[in-house]
Write a protein that binds this ligand. Structure first.
Ligand code: ATP
Ligand code: MG
Length: 253
């Protein structure tokens, strides 16, 4: 198992019990999608995985090593394996697309080097290659904020590739995009998953996207794991149990 998560609990300082004992194993190469109502704990779950939020109890093992109680050096090493993609892209607006992609590697570049933008040709070439993977090589030298939302999200994906991540955590990567653009972004994640074997853990709102891209699904409800299976198992009855009696499914075409 790549990730073994056991009895993960998160209680925020204000007392909110956001995760109530989540246990799940995630294999290398999976495209795992996390679903559930707003407030069910999806983002908390993702953020606990790379300890952006500190779990209150429980354990996370990565390739057999416990990373819940590791030293700060080990934590840094662990985090290098994990790329993050967010709903709002988080690009540096006024810098070029290429600089944004390169910044995915900044943790391992001396600060003075990154400050003067003195990147090696090798690094630039790798960034260009990663931009090519997301179909944006021709945008390398324009300012990041001149791109559309879908293009910015693809830049964010290229940026995480600079880390050579074993896992990409994507927190609602398409929540602010239109349906066609959503599929385009999901297809790039799928391609990286299939061609590189990168494990993807992704929160999504639309079940039609879940059915198309997930190899496995978990559903959270009020901080508890209520479903684990493959997408086509989510029938009407499961849908109601996960989202509640009043929920109506909305399709992304
Ligand atoms: N930093 C925080 N401090 C206190 N409570 C928090 C914090 N972050 C999240 N919560 C609470 O934890 C619970 C789970 O939140 P979380 O953001 O994980 O849900 P979510 O499933 O990602 O929701 P959404 O679909 O709206 O993004 C909610 O009750 C939320 O209010
Ligand atoms: Mg969230």
């Amino acid at each position: 198992m790549m990730l073994e998560i056991k009895n993960l609990q998160k209680i925020y300082p204000n007392g909110t019990h956001a995760l109530k004992g989540i246990s799940v194993n995630i294999k290398q190469g999976e495209f795992l999608v996390v679903i559930g109502l707003s407030g069910s704990g999806k983002s908390t779950f993702l953020r606990c995985i790379n300890r952006l939020h500190e779990p209150t109890s429980g354990s996370i093992c990565f390739n057999g090593r416990d990373v819940t109680h590791c030293s700060s050096t080990e934590l840094r090493e662990y985090r290098k394996n994990i790329g993050m993609v967010f709903q709002h892209f988080n690009l540096i607006k006024r810098r070029s697309v290429l600089d944004n992609v390169i910044s995915g590697r900044l943790a391992s570049i001396p600060v003075w080097n990154s400050l003067i933008g003195n990147f090696s040709q090798e690094l630039k070439n790798e960034a260009l290659a990663n931009l090519d993977i997301v179909g944006l090589a021709e945008k390398a030298f324009v300012r990041a904020d001149t791109l559309s939302g879908g293009q910015q999200q693809r830049v964010a994906i290229a940026r995480t590739l600079m880390q050579h991540p074993q896992i990409i955590l994507a927190d609602e990567p398409v929540a602010s995009l239109d349906p066609a653009t959503s599929h385009s972004v999901m297809q790039y994640l799928e391609r990286i998953n299939q061609e590189r074997g990168t494990t993807i853990i992704c929160n999504l709102h639309f079940l039609s996207l879940v059915r198309q891209y997930a190899t496995r699904v978990i559903a959270l409800k009020a901080g508890e794991l209520v479903f684990e299976g493959v997408p086509h198992e989510i029938d009407r009855a499961w849908f109601t149990r996960i989202y509640g009696e009043d929920a109506v499914e909305v399709e992304v075409e």
